[in-house]
Design a protein around this ligand. Structure first.
Ligand code: G3P
Length: 194
């Protein structure tokens, strides 16, 4: 219906606000020129410090969480929530403000799925944390957490036949957005998080 379509459009528009890039610019730095060149919280931490990284993580997660939360409290089912969440993630990854380039969708996806399914997201977050604490690679932690998500989702959430869209988001984030990280990891060139 109209409300849902409007929510998806707004999710895309808010999702496309590149907070990492904006905060970098406010500090006089184009974060795309440094570190991994990504506009996400990890690279902002690298370039501007952890405080700014945390701020970007919060803002990027919020822009995913808020439109989904709106649909959830309005009584829309999980399927609708995921589609609106995907709009926010796509906005973040293909931002019209950055010539349709953008981030990797991890923080925005975190915000989206924290609302869609807190329990599954909590488990995926624990996967992230254990990989991160043992390897210190944020990318590898993001990839394993994203891979664990559809698996856990299938077992803990009722609409188990709905995992295909979740699988698509996982494949997009893991392969589509992290392939350069994967190549660096395989070559042993990925930077650890200090
Ligand atoms: O969320 C992005 C993270 O998985 C990797 O970031 O800057 O190391 O490519 P980066």
């Amino acid at each position: 219906d109209g409300v849902f379509i409007l929510a998806c459009i707004l999710a895309f528009v808010f999702g496309s606000i590149p907070f990492g890039f904006v905060i970098g610019k406010l500090k006089g730095v184009d974060v795309r020129q440094y570190g991994s060149g990504n506009i996400g919280a990890t690279n902002v931490s690298r370039v501007l410090g952890k405080k700014y990284g945390a701020l970007v993580l919060l803002l990027d997660a919020l822009k995913g969480a808020l439109p989904v939360l709106f649909l959830k409290v309005s009584g829309y089912s999980i399927e609708y929530q995921v589609v609106a969440g995907l709009s926010a993630i796509l906005g973040h990854c293909f931002s019209p403000f950055l010539k349709f380039r953008g981030g990797k969708g991890v923080a925005t996806g975190l915000g989206v799925f924290l609302v869609v399914s807190p329990k599954v997201t909590l488990i995926a977050f624990l996967v992230f944390l254990s990989v991160f604490l043992t390897t210190r690679y944020v990318s590898l932690s993001s990839i394993t957490a994203a891979l664990s998500f559809p698996l856990v989702f299938r077992f803990l959430e009722k609409p188990s036949d709905f995992t295909s869209l979740i699988l698509f988001i996982t494949a997009f984030v893991v392969v589509g957005k992290h392939y350069q990280n994967i190549i660096r990891l395989l070559k042993g060139e990925e930077k650890k998080f200090k």
